[in-house]
Ligand binder design. Structure first.
Ligand SMILES: Cc1ncc(COP(=O)(O)O)c(C=O)c1O
Length: 372
């Protein structure tokens, strides 16, 4: 379906497909714009959780199936192999790398560490909810500095908000739900300076998607500067959101705060899959290409409808819908599309994850039809 499709074309084409579906006995509240695409509220297009909807690399899948055959045994060696793969890729010694069931355990443990010290947490608003949410559970104070007017993380304002009782600084780069990155030199300076006063955690969950010369990972800082932890995850580009693998990069002295001596709670199956997935560059390039195609579909729609949006360094968009995101989510869900939850104070902005281009086209066409 062409991006320049008129509303009339859309309605006419949709009616024809809907007619075929009714004749075939398929009952759907909405129309189907592409073959084999049949989104319903019960089985929606998943544009709400920033996942990789393509699933695993076939090499990873094969490795996981093989590993499942010996999953009744302890397996220490594959874990070492995974650390070796990451060590070579990231140019970090293996004792600076820890593996967990996703990056969430590291984010939570860093928050517990602040709680043990009876300290506060400094972060930004909005940002990813794991650290602030865990802090709320633990009843510790979060100083959440609003993003700047351009909606980027405001490092100057965070500096100004820093106090001695803050024991953890959490920065998500690229941020979530605002999919932009922080200028690399400014962030490097901030991390070095602040790590002398508190534990600094940089969450790089969307690292693989970034295509921006102003961005740099902070992983190089961890060998020299204690008190900095960089988190990564296989949940995004590798499609391991349900399988669970994540990493922390840190100096061994700092690593003790968030990781044990050896992680026995990892799944052999997940580790074996990650060993292959991280080496499957062709697969990662395919996902990046598809992400770009889908992001182009969304950005064309934003431009056409005159909607303000943030240039994305991730696999999700954030745009100004100009109406409550809850209303947008409800209407889209009636058409089998799941979009992001509300992100106060930006409650009239919507977070939309990329999905396969053919699904994204349906999302864009539906959005135009409902709100254009
Ligand atoms: C910024 C950020 N960090 C961490 C996570 C959670 O990652 P994991 O699945 O590795 O626990 C997410 C998930 O959406 C995220 O957006």
């Amino acid at each position: 379906m062409s991006i320049n499709l008129t509303r009339r074309d859309w309605l006419v084409g949709s009616a024809a497909v809907a007619g075929t579906m009714i004749a075939a006995g398929v009952t759907n509240a909405q129309t189907v714009p592409a073959p084999n695409l049949n989104p319903t509220p019960k089985n929606p297009i998943r544009a709400g959780f920033n996942e990789n909807v393509y699933g695993h690399s076939l090499k990873a899948k094969k490795a996981m199936e093989k590993a499942a055959e010996t999953a009744h045994l302890y397996d220490f060696f594959t874990q070492r192999a995974l650390k070796d793969v990451i060590s070579k890729m990231e140019n970090l010694p293996t004792d600076h790398i820890a593996v967990e069931n996703g990056s969430t355990p590291f984010l939570e443990k860093a928050t517990y560490e602040a709680a043990i010290k009876q300290g506060k947490i400094l972060t930004t608003n909005p940002t990813y909810s794991s650290v602030p949410g865990t802090a709320k559970l633990l009843d510790i104070e979060v100083v959440a500095v609003p993003v700047a007017e351009d909606m980027n993380i405001d490092l100057e304002a965070m500096r100004a908000a820093m106090t001695d009782d803050i024991k953890l600084i959490y920065i998500c780069n690229p941020n979530n739900p605002i999919p932009s990155t922080i200028e690399k030199n400014a962030l490097r300076e901030f991390c070095i300076e602040m790590s002398k006063r508190a534990l600094v955690v940089i969450d790089e969950a969307y690292y693989e998607y970034v295509n921006n010369p102003n961005f740099a990972s902070m992983k190089d800082l961890v060998t020299e500067h204690k008190n900095i932890i960089v988190c990564r995850t296989a949940s995004k580009i590798h499609g391991f959101a349900g399988v669970r693998i994540g990493f922390a990069f840190a100096h061994p002295d700092t690593m003790r705060k968030v990781a044990g001596r050896f992680n026995l709670s990892l799944s052999n199956v997940a580790v074996a899959g990650a060993v292959e997935s991280y080496q499957d560059i062709e697969y990662q390039n395919f996902i990046k290409k598809k992400n770009r195609e889908s992001m182009d579909i969304l950005e064309n729609m934003f431009e056409e409808l005159g909607l303000k949006y943030i240039k994305s360094d991730t696999n999700f968009a954030f745009f100004h819908a100009g109406r409550p995101s809850t209303e947008v989510a409800k209407k889209l869900m009636e058409h089998g599309i799941m979009s992001g939850r509300p992100f106060p104070p930006f409650t009239d902005w919507v977070r939309m994850s990329t999905v396969k281009p053919e699904e994204m086209q349906y999302v864009a066409d539906t959005y135009r039809k409902l709100f254009g």
